[in-house]
Write a protein that binds this ligand. Sequence first.
Ligand code: DP6
Length: 323
Amino acid sequence: MATAKAHTNIALVKYWGKKDPKLILPQTDSLSLTLNEFYTTTTVNFKSELDADHVSIDGQLIDKADAKKVIHVLELVRSMSGINSFAEVTSTNHVPTAAGLASSASAFAALAGAASVAAGLHLSRRDLSKLARRGSGSATRSIYGGLVEWQKGVDDASSFAKPIAEDVAFPIEMLAVLINTKKKKVSSRSGMQLSVSTSPYYEAWKKVVARDMTAIKAAIKAKDIDKIGHIAEENALRMHALTLSADPGFTYFNGETLAIIKTVEDLRSHGINCYYTMDAGPNVKVIYDRANRDKIVARLADIIGYDRLVVSQPGPGIKIWNE
Ligand code: DP6
């Protein structure tokens, strides 16, 4: 039996499309910031008396269809370790689930960590990152803290995350604006697949990401928060252009998303630098230098209320322990 705690991450250069949906090999590299405030704790116990895998998330037993991705990772761990038993999986999210706050990132990273150690495997961080990837692409990056790069690779062995700066030595902060914490309509899995197969802009997106990866790594080296924020904002808008240009077209934004975007732009035009990014849901994440935090929070609270704002520092990598 083992427990793992993994933090979620928000991509500054997004992963939006798979080359190999079965192995979850991405079309592009991506880069993220792991967040301190949002995490998942998961305990895995392989028990010989079980006749099936039992998965419970936030106190609710999940049926077999919904637990499919979890069972897939457990199957991989069984085949890697030679264990035949089914497992009891108990997971708690400290993240509003399925609202584009990337809970699958922390969830599958924690699952990979807990299941592998519970099965007696002692995987390197790199191998853990690959195992987490098989559950959900963004989980690849949640093995590490701080700023993390996922190198797309060409096969299972070469597609894993690498830390760029686990301890972020500059005052970057991220504010999550919780717009809708209800379950989203189009999963990232199907949304990105539709974008790859139908958006006429997909080839251009691959070029955008290659350029953004180089530029953001230079900005990180220079500790230039404005440049990092600007690249992240542009990259997010271009990712969302892939959803609008898919067939059928769709968007994760709602009216409140647009109102927050406008507020961030207004703050900026008044000399308070901050930048936005959005994932597969309506929530907005705002990137800024923490010196600007109070002004940004006060302005956004006027629009949406303090209780829907969560300030987060960069967070740590995965922790795993035997029970
Ligand atoms: C918009 O990792 O949830 O958050 O690999 O199909 O499980 P699957 O998708 P998922 O997609 C994340 C998409 C994103 C961007 C990102 O995190 O890079």
